[in-house]
Design a binder for this molecule. Structure first.
Ligand SMILES: NC(=O)c1ccc[n+]([C@@H]2O[C@H](COP(=O)([O-])OP(=O)(O)OC[C@H]3O[C@@H](n4cnc5c(N)ncnc54)[C@H](OP(=O)(O)O)[C@@H]3O)[C@@H](O)[C@H]2O)c1
Length: 248
């Protein structure tokens, strides 16, 4: 029986580490063709090489998601090489938590540019193809912070609330085109994300929290596979998951 993953062309932003990398590995194992975008070209190229050596199909395209033209180039490369795009996973993100009073305005701008505009650019790049195909699946990555706000997380939480709002608007608008939309909101998952915190005291606290609570990035990859593998008429719109021990 088809897993509804095999043979699909899946573009993943932020595929050089963490959730994106784990998802590329799992979907490749399940028979998907994966097109990997991130700024660290060496990392995505060696992942693509590794997946290809294991019998998969993978392409790496250096991409900074804060540039609309680069995200378009990533998606265009997928369509040029493989003929279509079935799934767009807007996953690239960063989490430079800090209290607002510290006025980390560069961090705020970067967080908004990557976490919100990057997702919009992914939608802009994939939607014209999916409309034409009358098929497709857009998966956006929010967070528990898209549901809850805590001191120090205001800007990050605002971006992740925005991802949920965008995803819900998208869901309603793409009905005529047979496009599925999923927003996935993870709790603490062990990745390189805490490295994006620029304030040393905040970074220390987050590292301790992640050391104690974070679960493996396979948890996220399995959530993606679950949403993808449903029959085409089933649209899994939201998944929220946490480590079993995480209270917040
Ligand atoms: N880990 C968690 O606990 C957790 C929980 C909830 C939500 N999330 C969300 O999950 C997503 C993935 O994060 P992660 O946990 O896997 O962290 P990660 O290991 O730090 O991965 C982040 C990815 O985003 C990419 N990225 C950052 N800025 C980029 C840019 N300007 N252009 C292109 N790619 C960029 C990074 O690649 P390059 O640096 O190579 O560009 C990297 O591949 C993020 O949206 C994050 O907010 C994570």
């Amino acid at each position: 029986m088809s897993n509804n993953i095999e043979g699909k062309v899946v573009v993943i932003t932020g595929a050089s580490s963490g959730l994106g990398e784990a998802t590329a590995r799992l979907l490749s194992e399940e028979g998907a063709t994966v097109v990997l975008g991130a700024r660290r070209a060496n990392r995505i190229q060696s992942l693509a090489d590794e997946l290809t050596r294991s019998g998969g199909k993978a392409l790496a395209v250096a991409t900074d998601v804060t540039h609309c033209d680069q995200v378009k180039r990533l998606v265009d490369a997928a369509v040029q090489k493989y003929g279509r795009i079935d799934v767009m996973i807007n996953n690239a993100g960063l989490m430079p938590h800090s209290p607002l009073e510290r006025l980390k305005i560069d961090d705020w701008n970067q967080t908004i540019d990557v976490n919100i505009k990057g997702v919009l650019y992914g939608i802009a790049a994939a939607l014209p193809y999916m409309k034409q195909q009358k098929a497709g699946h857009i998966i956006n990555v929010s967070s528990v912070a898209g549901h809850k706000v805590r001191p120090g997380s205001a800007v990050y939480a605002a971006t992740k609330h925005a991802v949920r709002a965008l995803s819900e608007g998208l869901r309603q608008e793409v009905k005529p085109y047979n496009i599925r939309t999923t927003v996935i909101s993870p709790g603490a998952v062990a990745t390189e994300l805490p490295n994006s915190v620029t304030e040393p005291d905040v970074a220390e606290n987050i590292r301790k929290f992640y050391e104690e609570f974070a679960i493996s990035s396979d948890s996220f990859a399995r959530a993606v596979a679950f949403a993808m593998s449903q029959p085409e008429e089933v649209d899994v719109n939201e998944i929220l998951f946490r480590p079993t021990r995480q209270e917040l």
